[in-house]
Design a protein around this ligand. Structure first.
Ligand code: ADP
Ligand code: MG
Length: 321
């Protein structure tokens, strides 16, 4: 299987096929039609085997996750996804692996109506980089910079569920049998909150997706908005699986583990009613976890209203060990 056969067999001319792709895979560049009156949102993220995905992860999950994490970034901007690129570095060209990888990738692409329009294929340690593009009306993108004192802080879904997977896989955490599959699914197949991000346009004052843990990601919002915040642990949404190991983990996994890919956003109090109307179409629940404050820094309150100091703050690739 040479490079060009590989591209043709697994990646070229797969559905969905969008009319705004004038020229897709096969030339020196793709030609794409951005709708009139829309801005282009562009995000790119890399998965490295051994870092973002444990060695030996099933290829369909890698394909899914590589696209999902990028669609999650577009969701956090309130952008409507349209196209993506795939830069694939492979240790070897193995038909069965590529078949499964492509299935995971294109199942999600189809579900989200996004088309693969180009990429690059190289030889080396397994690394998958996706670049994803979407559309947003001018001025309506959700950024990290708009939070204001008095805004309420919300998260979608539950926190810390994906963070149970690695300790479980390493045999460091014992989860009841009935929760194990759901935890692995959350970790390997995060579902990007695209619909939720679109519904938050015109409502949220700031938004981010939770890829590195709530503390790290909310921290980016606070920093870029020039504000601080208070959050209440008693309001943090955790899953039933998390509840079963709460006595061992406490709040820290929910606060600092990555890979949840839920949205964290801020909302001016006057838009509360509008949010509740919009939230009818959301996949999971929404939780109000705290409030933006003028004073810089993040204050975490425990169930008794006392300050809580977390043991870790989130994932940082270059943090000193
Ligand atoms: P060039 O040498 O001009 O960069 P390539 O041989 O790298 O061209 O790629 C040929 C075509 O195949 C291009 O349209 C490129 O975007 C596409 N392509 C290459 N690898 C992939 C991939 N992994 N997924 C999707 N498209 C790809
Ligand atoms: Mg190339």
């Amino acid at each position: 299987l040479n490079e060009f056969e590989l591209i043709r067999r697994y990646f070229a001319r797969r559905d969905p096929v969008r009319p705004d792709v004038i020229l897709g895979i096969g030339d020196d560049a793709a030609l794409l039609e951005v709708p009139a009156g829309r801005q282009l949102a562009l995000a790119t993220d890399t998965l490295v085997e051994g870092i973002h995905v444990p060695a030996g992860t099933d290829p369909a999950s890698i394909g899914h996750k590589a696209l999902a994490v990028n669609l999650s970034d577009l969701a956090a901007m309130g952008a409507e996804p349209a196209w993506f690129t795939l830069n694939l570095t492979l240790p070897r060209a193995e038909a069965a692996w590529l078949e499964d990888f492509a299935r995971g990738l294109f199942d999600l692409a189809r579900a989200q109506g996004v088309q693969l329009v180009g990429g690059d294929t190289t030889h080396g340690p397994l690394t998958v980089t996706v670049g994803a593009c979407g559309f947003v009306p001018p001025g309506q993108a959700l950024t990290r910079a708009g939070a204001r004192p008095g805004d309420r802080i919300y998260v979608s879904g539950v926190l810390g569920e994906a963070g149970l997977a690695l300790p479980m896989l390493r045999g460091q955490l014992e989860l009841p049998e009935e929760y194990q599959a759901a935890v692995l699914e959350r970790f390997h197949r995060p579902w990007p909150r695209v619909r939720e991000g679109l519904a938050l346009r015109g409502l949220a004052s700031a938004c981010i997706d939770i890829s590195d843990g709530l503390l790290a990601d909310l921290g980016h919002v606070l920093e870029q908005s020039g504000v601080g915040a208070r959050i209440d642990l008693s309001r943090l949404p955790v899953s039933p699986a998390y509840d079963t190991v709460f006595s061992a983990l406490g709040w820290d996994t929910a606060l600092a583990a990555g890979d949840d890919y839920e949205l964290c956003f801020t909302l001016p109090p006057a838009r509360e009613q509008a949010l509740h109307r919009a939230a009818a179409g959301f996949a999971g629940s929404l939780s109000w976890i705290g409030e933006i404050e003028a004073e810089a820094g993040l204050r975490i309150m425990d169930e008794a209203g006392r300050p809580y100091r977390p043991a870790r703050r989130g994932y940082d690739h270059f943090a000193a060990d």
